[in-house]
Design a protein around this ligand. Sequence first.
Ligand code: SF4
Length: 464
Amino acid sequence: MTTAPSPARALLQRYATSAPRYTSYPTAVDWSKDFDPTCYGDLLRTAATSAELLSLYVHLPYCAELCLFCGCNVVVSRSRDRADRYLDALEREVEFVAASGIGQRTVSQYHWGGGTPTQIKLDQMKRVHAAIAKAFHFAPDAEIAIEVDPRVTTKDQIQWLAETGFNRVSMGVQDFEPDVQKAIKRVQSEAQTRAVIDAARQFGIGSVNIDLIYGLPFQTLAGFERTVQRVLDIRPERVALFHYAHVPWMKKHQTALDLEAVPSSDAKLTIFLRALEMFQAAGYAYIGLDHFALPDDELARAKDDGILQRNFMGYTTRRGGDMISLGMSSIGEVAGAFAQNAHTEAEYLRLVKERGYATFRGHQQSAEDRLRRDVILGLMCNLVLDTRAVGALHGIDFDQHFALELEELKPLQADGLVELNPGSIRVTPLGQLFLRNVALPFDAYYRARQAKGGDGQRTFSRTL
Ligand code: SF4
């Protein structure tokens, strides 16, 4: 593969590391071990008294087969009965949550993820939504999104989603090249992808997102250029371009991937920079770490207005103060605490049967956590931080409190990645490629782990 010279290349290789993606701070590996999961009901009742907008996530874990690169929490099953038993538990969990009174808050963001939410049948999808709609009410402009798999999604499902108010569909493509698809065990034709997108547009679903992954076996620059061009021809409102996260210590099936065929770091970088160039040349705004959006998409507008947010669903414009998450392995944030449900289907069913909810671990955020989260997510989302405003909000002198962190950012400033000014930290356009590196100095847990000799290699995925 040819490698075009780039000012970013040497820097990317120098800064390549293993680091969190910061959909939350602290990340789940750093949650305190002494969190009492049985406090979940109290947290919900506290949260019920707030008037802030609410986010809602529903995890539907079933997939027809397992893609080898997958990092999600999935259950490989086509059994209707099995899904019905899961939906029984989900309904019970919704009832438990609703009993707290939290349904009086208005939902501004509602998302079905998985797994493959459209793997279950249409009547089962209706059942899930009926339970939710009975317990919650939605803002008129709520973002209502779902992940669909074009290989299993029917036109009837899409029509129902549109009629029910879903206004965004998101789907994995990863790569259109046949040899790559074969190697990752996800064979999905362009025709299948287009059929679902055409149906979504026909029924009035206004926003389509496509996920791509680079760093997969047999990917080449020419092949990925073809994939990006085909995506550009479809012109989705949003594209996510993820670096393949190889975490076989958590996802054993990834060991079946042919690592010999994975492009080198240098080749991956060439692929990423070329894709970046193609999306930007086609008019897409580069958002945060790995997203692209058409200029009139609300994600691009929120970036321009400096109000972009980030939560467990990724980049968003609608982060309410709290997020209720339902279903196995889902992570919510309630009344200043993170709460995660049991990882496995069996444990989720058991806990919900026993007590109505399935929280098994969590983390009560400290004032220091909230401060550092505002700093990290502010940089990751809006690429600029008003350090005086953050200091005033949290009652600290920013420069004093973060003297060490600011010192550690100086080499990044020398490399042109950040600008450290009185009252602000600004990420440069070049620095946007290094967002995780810019955020890392502010991660007190990462620092503590390093001090103990850990380097995150077997905790987080590589940045390159
Ligand atoms: S369809 Fe999606 S969630 Fe299911 S195994 Fe493949 S990548 Fe994972």
